[in-house]
Design a protein around this ligand. Structure first.
Ligand code: GLA
Ligand code: ZN
Length: 684
């Protein structure tokens, strides 16, 4: 939980909500009137920030060593004249053709060992010394040239880092990485349990990339890919750090993107930012997507425990999902305010203007091919811009989270490796969302952290499927519960260590682990249910965990023994009828709940609803289903965000008096239209 304070703006001296997006005037250099019109339209839309230069390398350096910054000079000057901040990109996201032709090593090698052809983007080798050097040169020139430019507000380093390369350079780097991690082959062989299937390594040179049958190796490969990407990022940021020490650095991340452990970037970033593209309207309603997106915003806020940036989102529909319905009227506003509600200090788009040709010509944009402002989408963006301009006081404020959910990349990698009783629908991410949903629906702020973050400032810690336990984590969980915290964990928890070796002596945690004592259960076997089969779980009468009646379990059912724990519900069918399915163990001043099966949403709502009943809420009232409430504060005032993700209207009583931020009107009850939101304020 964060200490209450007001953080400085994400971009120094820009003390308002940032509103804008990706801008590519280099595509329109032959049409100066369009660029001129862009400035006019940006003013109309309340745009005060643009990300520029993201894919501009071939325009900045059309031939090796020949640079052309004139158009960028003109662009930044124009932005400065119009008081629009530039989030200036380093261009490494896409490499120029000449470079790939002359230095093939910069192209990635795929999993089959083939060098990828030049083209597309986001596909350079992270190890290549040539590419690193080329980045250093261009980034140094950008930083030297624009260090004191009044438009420069922030660095946007590269674009959506991702993917991996299996070239010989990367292989050598991986082996070096393994040597640093294990020092001896004996240690590595032990960690990989490599006598299994005769996989013992007798020489470092025998280690190839991943072998998916060796889970420890697979997880290490993913760790390496993250570390190598971070290393590349640090390398290309070095000139920016040296030449523009006061200019914050961000990288646009991709939410729950599985291949990169974003926590490893955190120490090297000034500002967290992410690109949000939920599949709005692909289901019957948008509530599940809203909850999912709320959790991702919370991950991004928790990464640095500071306000973050929504740096890309789509004002209408994207072009890369199978089916992308248009955002229904109002949805753009409520989904943008949702980002602010969870701690973003910006609403930014991909993209300002639709490109005329190539892959993204049909991707939603503020300005469509029609070229004027009289469109539905422009109208919504403009109205939102006006509203955001009235929220400068929200900048730098934070929610107060007394609950946290553990969302841990390495744990997720390990779960995804499992070859076990049920290898489909392991659903790490969905399970996190299902456990987060009851808090979202109650307006209870929740951080989303990895298992290495401190737990002690929270009162409720939810760690579903905490399969991997890294060194020290069980001890920290024990301390958290002993000091009065409430822990919820589930089936598939406490099973492997950081190398994916199973704990011996009884799960969760193994014989010597404090986890076993904290939870007071022994999980002996796990039953995997086929899709069509369910289990019933019936609450013990008079339990104090809010459980009532019979719930439905599916997919996974742990067969546990309550050692010191007290059963709160039992299985009621099949040969394990009567065995405990949900338990609580009192440990020190706190309580630890073990949910042995994958339960239905009514169960999660009952249990987490009860365990969170004394936690602070944005609003002390029962919210209509699909209505979300969050609060940001600087300690003196509170800003309440009420958001209706239903297509139908909803009413919310406030219980006390607030004022509406847009017009200062006092208000005690709110009527929200479908896909509507309101921002209210009161003194603390
Ligand atoms: C990503 C990229 C953008 C653009 C959008 C399209 O987020 O960063 O360049 O391709 O996707 O949704
Ligand atoms: Zn490589």
């Amino acid at each position: 939980m964060s200490v209450i304070q007001r953080f400085p703006p994400v971009a120094p001296s820009r003390a308002h909500i940032l509103h804008g997006g990706d801008y590519n005037p280099e595509q329109w250099l032959e049409s100066p009137e369009i660029i001129e019109q862009d400035m006019h339209l940006m003013k109309r839309a309340g745009v005060n920030v643009v990300s520029v230069g993201i894919f501009s390398w071939s325009m900045l350096e059309p031939r090796e060593g020949q640079f052309d910054f004139k158009w960028m000079d003109a662009l930044l000057d124009r932005l400065a004249r119009n008081n629009i901040a530039a989030v200036l990109a380093t261009p490494s996201g896409a490499k120029p053709h000449w470079m790939a032709a002359k230095y093939p090593e910069i192209c990635r090698v795929d999993a089959k060992g083939n060098r990828e052809p030049q083209g597309w983007r986001h596909n350079h080798c992270y190890s290549s010394p040539v590419y690193r050097e080329k980045c250093t040169i261009i980034n140094t020139m950008l930083a030297e040239r624009y260090a004191r430019h009044p438009a420069l507000a922030m660095w946007h380093v590269s674009n959506e880092y991702g993917g991996e390369c299996r070239c010989e350079l990367c292989k050598a780097a991986f082996r070096k990485w393994l040597q640093a991690r294990y020092e001896t082959l004996d240690a590595l062989n032990h960690a990989y349990w490599s006598r299994f299937w005769s996989h013992t390594y007798h020489d470092w040179s025998e280690i190839d990339f991943i072998d998916e049958s060796v889970h420890g190796l697979t997880i290490d490969w993913k760790r390496f890919v993250t570390d190598q990407t971070v290393d590349f990022f640090k390398h290309e940021s070095a000139p920016l750090r040296r030449l523009t020490p006061g200019v914050p650095i961000t990288v646009n991340m991709m939410g729950m993107y599985e291949p990169l452990n974003y926590w490893k970037f955190v120490p090297h970033l000034d500002v967290i930012s992410w690109d949000s593209y939920p599949g709005w309207h692909q289901k019957d309603d948008v509530i599940y997507d809203a909850i999912w997106t709320g959790l991702v915003h919370d991950i991004n806020r928790s990464l640095k425990q500071k306000p973050f940036m929504l740096i890309e989102s789509c004002p209408s529909s994207v072009n890369w999902q199978k089916i992308s319905p248009l955002k229904r009227p109002g949805l753009h506003r409520v989904s943008s305010l949702q980002a602010i509600a969870h701690g973003s200090d910006s609403v930014m788009y991909f993209q300002w203007r639709k490109s005329r040709g190539s892959f993204e010509k049909f991707h939603g944009a503020v300005v469509d091919h029609v070229g004027h402002e009289n469109t539905r989408v422009f109208g919504e963006v403009k109205a939102l811009g006006e509203e955001l301009a009235k929220l400068p006081q929200v900048v730098g404020t934070m929610p107060k989270a007394a609950a946290a959910i553990v969302f841990d990349w390495e744990n997720r990698w390990a779960i995804n490796c499992i070859a076990g009783a049920r290898n489909v629908d392991k659903n790490h991410d969905q399970t996190a969302v299902e456990h987060y949903a009851p808090l979202w629906q109650r307006g209870i702020a929740c951080d989303a952290i990895d298992m290495d973050q401190p737990f002690n400032s929270y009162r409720l810690l939810i760690a579903p499927m905490l399969y991997m336990i890294r060194p020290g984590v069980a001890e920290r969980i024990a301390e958290f519960v002993r000091n009065g915290g409430t822990l919820v964990t589930t089936y598939l928890s406490g099973i492997v260590n950081e190398s994916d070796l199973c704990f011996l002596g009884g799960w969760p945690g193994g014989a010597d682990s404090p986890l076993r004592k904290v939870l007071g259960v022994w999980a002996e076997e796990i039953d995997a249910l086929p899709d069509q089969r369910t289990q019933n779980v019936t609450a013990v009468d008079g339990n104090d965990a809010g459980l009532c009646g019979t719930y439905v379990a599916r997919h996974f059912c742990d067969l546990i023994h309550a050692e010191t724990a007290i059963p709160l519900a039992h299985y009621t069918t099949d040969f394990y009828a009567g065995r405990p399915a949900v338990t609580v163990n009192r440990y020190g001043q706190g309580s630890a709940y073990y949910v042995a099966a994958r339960m239905d949403s009514r169960f999660n709502d009952d249990l987490i609803g009860r365990l969170s009943k004394d936690l602070p809420r944005a609003l002390n009232t029962t919210l209509p289903a699909g209505v979300s409430a969050t609060m940001r504060t600087d300690g003196a005032s509170e800003w309440l965000f009420l958001m209706n993700f239903n297509a139908a209207p909803a009413k919310v009583g406030l219980g006390s008096q607030y004022e509406r931020v847009t017009d200062g009107k006092p208000i005690t009850a709110v009527e929200l239209e479908g896909y509507d939101a309101v921002v209210l304020k009161r003194a603390v």
